[in-house]
Design a protein around this ligand. Sequence first.
Ligand code: IMO
Ligand code: MG
Length: 508
Amino acid sequence: EATGEHEMGLNELLAGVRVAGVVCNQWGDTGKGKVVDVLAERWADIIARGTGGANAGHTIVCNGKEFVFHLVPSGILHDGQGKVNVIGEGVVLDPHVLVEELNQLDRAGLSYNHLRISHESKLVLPHHLVLDRAREFKKGIGRIGTTGRGIGPAYEDHVARRGLVVNDLLNRDVFLQKLGRALEGAQRELHSMELDGETTREIFNHPLLLNGRFYHSTKLFDGEAIAKTYLEEYGKRLAPFISNTSAFMRAALGKKNVLLEGAQGLLLSVDHGTRPFVTSSDSSINGLARGVGLRERDVNACIAIAKAYMTRVGSGPFPTELGGRESEAHCNDHSHDREFERKEYAHVNVNNGSELEKGIALRVKGSEYGATTGRPRRTGWLDLVALRHAMQFNGSLLFLTKVDVLDAFKEVRVCTQYEYAGPDYNYGGSMLKSGDVLDFFPADSKVLECVQPVYASLNGWGTPTNGIKTFEGLPVELKNFIQFIETHAHGKVCGLSNGASREDVIFF
Ligand code: IMO
Ligand code: MG
């Protein structure tokens, strides 16, 4: 039912659509949660996640109360309307995190009876968290800056054919047998790292590992304790929700409105992103469809989210970063957590100041700090080379978020090409030479680290955009910005967000 002016656009956009996906075309944190939330409320019967795990983070405000979820789909708060929420088989599921989220819902008096968990979701177990954290402990080369949620090691176990799945929580003997094999490998790796006893205990002593409950002084992992907690606590608690969700999804095709909720972003995809600084699943629409048991061709509309500027958390190349390497070091040095509260940055300004300071001002303006860790996100200009790369996998339908964050900028920059500035390098069958202009996105970090962005400079709109409800009502400079993106990325911008609340979403 049409309630607002932008409803026309939304109805038109989803006319005839039965399966829609919302994915991110950048490095995550683009505000896809808000778009998912609007579609979940107004359109979807089923909301399903198919990729990633508790590395994702979305904040949802409901009746003035703030919820931070990592695993449950964003539609969970609409449970009262009978909307089914699915955690698909492509997800790596940490039962501890999920149980905590269910507890959070219990405390708020909210139901989650329509949650379904795939019996084939991959289990995140203590050894995954330990390995993830231990590898990151070793500073220097090879450090990805992961979220420490065990994501990489859990997907590794899956691909190595020694992983456990949710169904194993329901069958004690199989669980114990598989766990034994998985722990053996983890023990071997940990031993080979030669961490001292104190460091090892520190790694185990983490809330997600129940503050050391799974640590064993001689064997490293206490298999008994793991089995007890995972089978008797988590298994029993989650059992009522476990089923064959892929069969359920396939049966719903053509009958229900299905919303696929993406996690992370295309540039973090293990298949298409900036390797090795990526997550361990395919965050494209293809990976998402597969992760819920569907085929890509079952998806009728893919809405790909791009922020009007860009951010990145953790390590890895970011050509358009404001302040470049200096910014990366600044953000990854944890002494700057919660910098927005500090006097020393009170003067930073988006229009005059060093590049680093503009980046800080942009971060403060856009509240670009991790939802769970408070880590400052690295900030920079919109990169159309990277966007075009993402669109090759996610299609040409774009949704632009956080345009209001750029309201105060006198000049808005957009990267249209790269200039290679590294040593001669054989890439994709031709020799890259310094000075070469690149129209393509080299996902290989070795190459991407060596490119300089070529910018187009656009006039800022210099006026508040929050509260504007139609495309026609937007300032002309913002319309130009949108048109510039459409022309240079060969896409269609179907809407934008111009504020933090879910009312600040416009579909053209
Ligand atoms: P949402 O869904 C932003 C990044 C991490 C790290 C890399 C690998 O909120 O957009 P991992 O723990 O997955 O092995 O970390 O990926 N990363 C994200 N960055 N938003 C996310 O999720 C992310 N999930 C993972 O910072 O660089
Ligand atoms: Mg995030």
